[in-house]
Write a protein that binds this ligand. Structure first.
Ligand code: ADP
Ligand code: MG
Length: 596
């Protein structure tokens, strides 16, 4: 009765998925690695609901031909190796050719890709590993992979997903690591459709570290020891925290988790750290690729060194000497502390070798000519309040007895439950109700923040939330800023915080959402001026409290919005930079209908 059977392909892929796809963050990692391998200069990642409902990765890399796009979804299809020997020479992340089919086997995936040289692209839809549609499609050059409903067909795995915030935290951690390993690449990461983290192409490693850890007072050391280059960015021992999650180690620009390396970093603080406590440290180790093997773990997180002792002692020797000088006591961070320079003395001559190896890796990446200037920043707000208007209950009248010219404005109605339509003497005004309300709330919170007097509302039942370790430091650091924004938070044992108040103008909004979004934007706004950071954070918070599109509004409500907007400074744009109102003059309309 028992017979040996070859597993159907989809089942085999699902089993492989068990190794590769542990949680949404592993999907993010695999897709972004593929984008990097494809030479992308810019990678956008959006995750919805912690990645469980949707992960989208868009790149401007090489793209795939229609044939390759189909092949890529088949097990063991890879453009990166053809024989086992190639494995050891490999400069790329991929090699097993199993990530895409594995992910596709446990989700609903849409792949859209176009090579730069082709005029049309390809779209392929896969459900649970089965290709259900393949067609020609218009597409920007590069690749977009959209992974929806992760584990929809493996309910047992879906059950193991943690809360949205925890999964989102893991996804953001994955992006942080990949960004550190690929500092030339621009990363734009967003949650639920809004960009929360912008890491522009960095000149050097130090700049990328700075983008990720701006407030942590990391000091840099770089030296070469036993032909191993060690660059460390280290936080003072006073900032140590329990657990090694904040020790990030990279070998030849791959993030790895290696107990020996972590122990070496800990030992470098020679007795300054209690057992189990670690200071934030980002350590880049570069060495001859021939003496290190990454192919020992399905997720490629582990390494095997041919001589581990030599690596560990190189790390401790470079870092210990530096830590013993207590570089953190120097007042402020000098810019020069963040330059990643080759050491002056290089007895072994390997530094040159290592850096030319790194240079070769970097220069093999195509230059997409992306500069910061070419990306849109928030448009300058325009002042709309040049004319004085007034309005009351439905009909509009001239403001009596004033010397100012008053434009009569009449509310016409709501279109698509999204736009409020008004008319005045000159034409028709179309207002985006969500953007307008957001702008109003933004103005109020910002005023309250400026005057240090923003009314907050105490929660009858304080809300306890799980705080991913990766956010603990940030939450502690920003507690005072959050309080000024009306968000009262207290720390409660490791891994949790308690929210006891929220801004009064945002009553009714989920405190947990407000808190995580505020933190997320603080993180994303690192390196900006305080005021810009606050603007970002407020913009994110008020988004939740605003009237949505799809909400029906009464005449009174619509008029209230119009008038409140008139009182709001810089009313022309919502905090996300979208336009709030548009005007079409009657003369334009006349022209359109052929009257003029
Ligand atoms: P691997 O990366 O191990 O080769 P994957 O399953 O991750 O395997 O990808 C399979 C193949 O699909 C890759 O070798 C590559 O040729 C192609 N591919 C995947 N993602 C992209 C992308 N973003 N841009 C271009 N090609 C891609
Ligand atoms: Mg891959």
């Amino acid at each position: 009765m028992n017979s040996v059977r070859v597993l159907p392909r989809v089942v085999a892929d699902q089993i492989a998925a068990g190794e590769v796809v542990e949680r949404p963050a592993s999907i993010v990692k695999e897709l972004v690695e593929n984008s990097i391998d494809a030479g992308a200069g810019r990678i956008e990642v959006n995750i919805d609901h912690g990645g469980a409902s949707r992960i989208t990765v868009t790149d401007d890399g090489s793209g795939m031909s229609p044939e390759d796009a189909v092949l890529a979804l088949e097990s063991h299809a890879t453009s990166k190796i053809s024989s086992i020997e190639d494995l050891h020479e490999l400069g790329t992340f991929g090699f097993r050719g199993e990530a895409l089919p594995s992910i596709a086997s446990v989700s609903r995936m849409t792949l859209l890709s176009r090579r730069h040289e082709d005029s049309t692209g390809t779209r392929i839809r896969v459900e649970g590993g089965e290709i259900i549609e393949k067609s020609e499609a218009g597409a920007p050059a590069g690749t977009r992979i959209d992974v929806a409903d992760v584990f929809f067909n493996v309910p047992a795995r879906r059950k193991f997903l943690k809360s949205e915030n925890v999964e989102a935290g893991h996804c953001m951690d994955a992006i942080k690591r990949l960004s550190l390993a690929n500092h030339h690449t621009t990363f734009l990461a967003g949650k639920n459709g809004r960009v929360t983290r912008q890491l522009w192409s960095a000149e050097d490693l130090a700049e990328r570290v700075e983008q990720n850890f701006a407030s942590m007072n990391l000091k840099m050391v770089h030296d070469v020891c036993s032909e191993i280059s060690v660059a460390g960015f280290l936080a003072p021992p006073a900032k140590a925290r329990s657990g090694a999650a904040n020790v990030l180690t990279f070998v030849n620009r791959r993030f790895v988790r290696d107990k020996g390396l972590i122990r070496s970093v800990w030992q470098s603080y020679s007795g300054m750290l209690d057992p189990g406590r670690y200071a934030t440290a980002v350590v880049f180790i570069d060495m001859d690729p021939a003496v290190v093997d990454f192919n020992v773990h399905p997720q490629k997180l582990e390494v095997r060194f041919s001589d581990p002792g030599r690596v560990y002692s190189a790390v401790t020797r470079v870092l210990t000497g530096f830590v013993s000088t207590s570089p953190w006591q120097a007042p402020g961070i000098e810019a020069s502390a963040f330059e990643y320079e080759q050491p002056v003395t290089d007895p072994s001559g390997i530094a040159e070798g290592v850096s030319s190896y790194l240079r070769a890796q970097q220069s093999s990446m195509p230059d997409h000519g992306i500069s910061r200037e070419s990306w849109p920043s928030r448009p300058r707000p325009v002042d709309m309040t040049t004319t004085q208007r007034s309005m009351d209950s439905g009909s509009v009248h001239e403001q009596s007895g004033t010397e100012q010219k008053a434009d009569p404005v009449r509310y016409i109605g709501q279109a698509r439950e999204r736009y409020l339509i008004f008319e005045d003497e000159d034409g028709i005004i179309i207002m985006d109700q969500h953007a307008a309300h957001e702008r109003i709330l933004f103005g109020r919170v910002k005023e309250g923040w400026k005057s240090r007097n923003l009314p907050s509302q105490a929660l009858i039942e304080p809300v306890t939330v799980e705080l991913p370790e990766s956010l603990e430091a940030l939450a502690a650091e920003k507690a005072d800023d959050l309080a000024l924004l009306g968000l009262g938070v207290a720390s409660f044992g490791p891994g949790t915080v308690v929210i006891n108040s929220i801004p009064a103008v945002l009553s009714g909004v989920s405190p947990e959402k407000l808190f995580f979004d505020a933190l997320g934007s603080f993180e994303g706004a690192k390196g900006k001026s305080v005021e810009d950071q606050i603007d970002d954070v407020i913009a994110t918070m008020v988004c939740h409290g605003s009237i949505r599109s799809g909400q029906e509004l009464s005449r009174q409500e619509a008029q209230a919005i119009f008038m409140q907007l008139e009182e709001t400074p810089y009313a022309g744009f919502c905090p996300h930079g979208r336009s709030v109102t548009t005007r079409i003059s009657f003369s334009e309309i006349d022209r359109m209908v052929g009257r003029g």
